[in-house]
Design a protein around this ligand. Sequence first.
Ligand code: ZN
Length: 413
Amino acid sequence: MKKKYLLLLVAALGCTTCAASFAQATQADSSLLEAAQRRKEVLIKDLAALVNIDSGTDDAKGLTQVETLLAQRLKEVGASVEIVAAPPAAGKMVIGKLQGTGARNIMLIIHYDTVFGTGEAAKRPFTISGNKAFGPGIADAKGGALLIVYALDIARERGFKDYKTLTVLFNPDEEKSSLGSRDMISKLSSEQDYVLVFEPPEADVVTVATNGIAYVHLDVKGRASHAGSAPEAGRNAAVELSNQIIQLKDLGSAEKGTTVNWTVIKAGERVNIIPDKASATADMRMSDVSELQRVQADADKIVRNKLIADTEVSVKVENRRPPFSRNAGSDQLAATADSIYKELGKSITPVSMRYGTDAGFAYNPKTGKPVVLDGMGIVGDRIHSSDEWADLDSVVPRLYLTVRMMETMGKTK
Ligand SMILES: [Zn+2]
């Protein structure tokens, strides 16, 4: 027992020395750390208020309430704020702008809609258990939205002006493919040097690539007829659809990281009628945007082979969200994030995510500009589920990270 105790003591001493020299080598900015710590409690209060307002993508009333609160916070940090409609979205975009004295254009973006319906917040309001906080949309992405406004507040307090423009975009429709805000995201992004996206990371990571999302629509036209008395006069669209789905089940590519999965099938309304229409939709994910054309071309070829004569088959790939492809600029920004986290004795790992985010609309693979980094939000997990949580211990390091990232990006030539 005695020997073991001694070993532990030596280990503890070793560790202390190690930490001291480490801190010396990396030099945490203690005034920034203190500024972040000072805001933790009030940020959590704001988070409770935001989480307790339903803001599902179709909830116009709740979205307006959240929009008002976020716009207010942006005004408080000195931003000029514009509220811009985003049809067909139910909510509006909140765009904040700050003018600096530097040379770089930096934008911070995140959505404030959630996947949850009206009444969800009343059913399970904001709660805290240990270092975890729970509630609808807490990590995805209300925590991220507040990290942005509080990081700006710290930056203002520090007199940070080393940017040409600092833009914030809060959009109300990310959970439904950003149909009303995607053009604005792409337009504003094209004017930026850097875009940070505040989707929630699952741990001490940042996201350097996300998948694109597409739908593949399959439609079959046949001929209706009485299923009992004259089935031979009909052309069964449901049977042809089944044939096509089996032929089209391998459109994905393991090598390219593309998946195509048939998930929705519709045909027929009455048991005694041969159906004249049938349709199916597949969920497609890709990391390479050229896969959209490849899948369309392959599918067009395949559907020519029909089982039921005199039916018409068409297939259409619909691009819903382009991928944010792995690129050198984002990898470098992730390395910057890691070196900043090292100042806190932590580290950050770059990851690729299988889901799609607005980073896909911000990043332009043709120009490689702006440099985009996602996963800057509050750490959390179980998103889109009723036990979604946010790690409150990540608030301070993530605020520190955001401010230091802005300062570092502002200095780049
Ligand atoms: Zn999200």
